[in-house]
Design a protein around this ligand. Structure first.
Ligand SMILES: NCC(=O)CCC(=O)O
Ligand SMILES: [Mg+2]
Length: 353
């Protein structure tokens, strides 16, 4: 008997019984609502779950001590001085969030054309990594590799004659990755979308004996309007000249995402990422089905801001929208999500447990 969606299709149209016991009952063999009749029944057939293990929490850093500065376009998200970041790392640990990600707001006086501060072994990110690892060695730390927080023009790479240079940029990114890894970073996450950077960074790490440092490649990163609030947070919104379409992907493409991911895996990526998140869940699913690699999605600042702003206006239930959006990543096949909702979602998950 041919089976489709769990039922013999030959029986689909067979009239089967008189349901005289219930007046007006439709003659239905299959009633999908039975499995939804109560919370215990829904739990029993639930296909995907979100846990705190699925969350990576991005934190913004700023120079100073005992400082927290609100990011205006990301209600509920602050820039943190290193001591405050250490406290949030402790909070992450208590919430059993496995990993945090660090992004610096670089003082404008330290930004230049080449993004030299990126390779300073004592820059804000490296300071934070050392301080957090000293107190909480068990929490995972991910560091972004790209030049945009450090360049005066806001681009992820070096520029000559208005063009983003690929190979010259890769050489700088390797040095950036090395200072972060030497500081104690566990996962190097290149987000720049230069060609060949994963191979170069892997080689650099291996030569330095940093064999256990993982690479999570922002493999399919799209040129997206949803990064706006992030650029406010790291202070590159005003300085960015032009757009990033010569290196980040065209949002019309998904076959190309598979080619990008395949290259990064071949070059040594331990984990791959799709970014942004919700508008690209189809890409997450294709990547997971094609490569069966640890696959992550970045629910980016604009996605966060949309939900937070609507919730603050009373236009939707913020907590439910947050949990539904995070679960969507699991349903699409993601192994985890970088999300500014991480601490709030973890608190909610733990209060339900
Ligand atoms: N490389 C990290 C990002 O660009 C984050 C973007 C966002 O959250 O909008
Ligand atoms: Mg690539």
């Amino acid at each position: 008997m041919a089976i489709k969606y769990g039922r013999p299709i030959e029986l689909r149209d067979v009239s089967r019984r008189d349901s005289t016991a219930v007046p007006h009952a439709l003659d239905l063999t299959v009633r999908p609502r039975r499995n939804r009749k109560a919370e215990w029944a829904r739990r029993m057939v639930r296909e995907n779950v979100l846990t705190t293990d699925d969350l990576i929490w991005p934190l913004f850093l700023i120079d100073g001590t005992n400082k927290r500065e609100q990011v205006a376009s990301m209600p509920g998200v602050d820039r943190l001085s290193v001591d405050q970041a250490v406290r949030e790392a402790e909070r992450a640990m208590k919430l059993t969030i496995p990993c945090i990600a660090l992004f610096p707001y670089t003082d404008p006086s330290l930004r230049d054309e080449e993004g030299s501060e990126a390779t300073n072994p004592n820059n804000l990110v490296c300071q934070a990594v050392r301080a957090i690892k000293k107190q909480f060695p068990e929490i995972g730390i991910l560091c972004d590799v790209a030049l945009d927080p450090f360049t005066s023009h806001g681009h992820d790479g070096l520029i000559a004659d208005g063009k983003i240079l690929n190979d010259e940029t890769v050489a700088v990114l390797v040095r950036q990755a090395l200072v972060q890894a030497e500081a104690g970073c566990d996962i190097i996450a290149p987000s720049d979308m230069m060609d060949g950077r994963v191979a170069a960074i892997r080689e650099g790490l291996d030569r330095a004996g940093l064999l256990d440092v993982q690479i999570m490649a922002y493999a399919a990163k799209y040129a997206s309007a949803f990064y706006g609030p992030f650029r406010d947070a790291i202070g590159s919104a005003k300085t960015l000249t032009g757009d990033k379409r010569t290196y980040q992907m065209d949002s019309a493409n998904s076959d190309e995402a598979l080619r990008e991911v395949e290259l990064d895996i071949a070059e040594g990526a331990d984990m791959v990422m799709v970014k942004p998140g919700l508008p690209y869940l189809d890409v997450v699913r294709r990547v997971k089905d094609t490569f069966a690699m640890p696959t992550f999605a970045y629910q980016v600042s604009g996605e966060y801001a949309m939900i937070a702003a609507a919730a603050n206006n009373g236009w939707l239930d913020g907590d439910r929208a947050m949990m539904e959006s995070l679960l969507a990543f699991k349903r699409a096949g993601a192994d985890g999500v970088l999300s500014y909702f991480a601490p709030k979602a973890a608190e909610k998950l733990r209060s339900q447990a």
